[in-house]
Design a protein around this ligand. Structure first.
Ligand SMILES: O=c1ccn([C@@H]2O[C@H](COP(=O)(O)O)[C@@H](O)[C@H]2O)c(=O)[nH]1
Length: 236
């Protein structure tokens, strides 16, 4: 089993808080994710600091703009040496193809992943913004498009992983946020699953934020998650 299936979301307002959390984590046991809050607060220098500490970084800025703009942003992200970067699949075919060509400009391109439908949305909230076909149809459609555009995988909830996997095959990377431990509050997430469930359903990577970073003992929580994943993969 890949020991670094868990990607810890460093959703903090400052570099000091993010680095303090990272200092407690073992880069052999997880990767880290830098999202909008932390990146806007600290800038790209933080990426280098995390890499110096041995972490592979998922830069989760979910680019969504015209193709030329997204290509420029992806090129700049790739130049930071990040492990993974993402765009919104709903930016469309030309945008995703431009992103793919842009990341290929560096010697060691990051994995390029497309966000399908945010895990904070459910069928009702999709209907409110005019999409009547529900989560499943949209995740499947956007995943298909992302694959046709040559992206490496998608972000979806593990709830949709079996359907995406069935059509996309084993080499397409499924990155799944919306992970909650038994008894955790869903908070703003709508489509949640537990870590072993996510693995069982076919996720490759589990993005976990507050369940780890806001727990009383993040190290012990991460270790417990690891044990549960190891148990699950032995069962597989
Ligand atoms: O559909 C998506 C895409 C990205 N995220 C990000 O993952 C983490 C989840 O944090 P939790 O604290 O575990 O809820 C967060 O950084 C989101 O920006 C997502 O949740 N859903």
């Amino acid at each position: 089993m890949d020991n670094r299936r868990v990607i810890v979301a460093l959703d903090f307002p400052s570099a000091d808080e993010a680095l303090a959390c990272a200092a407690r984590l073992d880069p052999r046991l997880c990767r880290v994710k830098v999202g909008k809050e932390l990146f806007v607060a600290t800038g790209p220098a933080l990426i280098g600091k995390l890499q110096e500490r041995g972490f592979e970084v998922f830069l989760d800025l979910k680019f969504h703009d015209i193709p030329n703009t997204v290509a420029g942003a992806c090129k700049a992200a790739a130049a930071l040496g990040v492990w993974m970067v993402n765009v919104h699949a709903s930016g469309g075919e030309a945008m995703m193809r431009a992103a793919r060509d842009a990341v290929a400009s560096v010697t060691k391109p990051p994995l390029l992943i497309a966000v399908t439908i945010l895990t904070s949305l459910d069928d009702d909230s999709l209907r409110q913004v005019g999409f009547a076909d529900g989560v499943r149809g949209r995740v499947e459609g956007l995943s298909r498009l992302a694959r046709e555009c040559g992206l490496d995988g998608v972000v979806c909830s593990a709830q949709e992983a079996p359907w995406v996997r069935a059509s996309a095959g084993t080499t397409f990377t499924l990155v799944t946020p919306g992970i909650r431990l038994e008894g955790d509050a869903k908070a703003d997430q709508a489509r949640v699953v537990t870590p072993p469930e996510a693995l069982r359903l076919g996720a490759d990577y589990l993005v976990i934020g507050r369940s780890v970073t806001r727990s009383e003992d993040p190290v012990a929580t991460l270790e417990a998650i690891h044990r549960s994943l190891e148990e699950e993969s032995r069962r597989k």
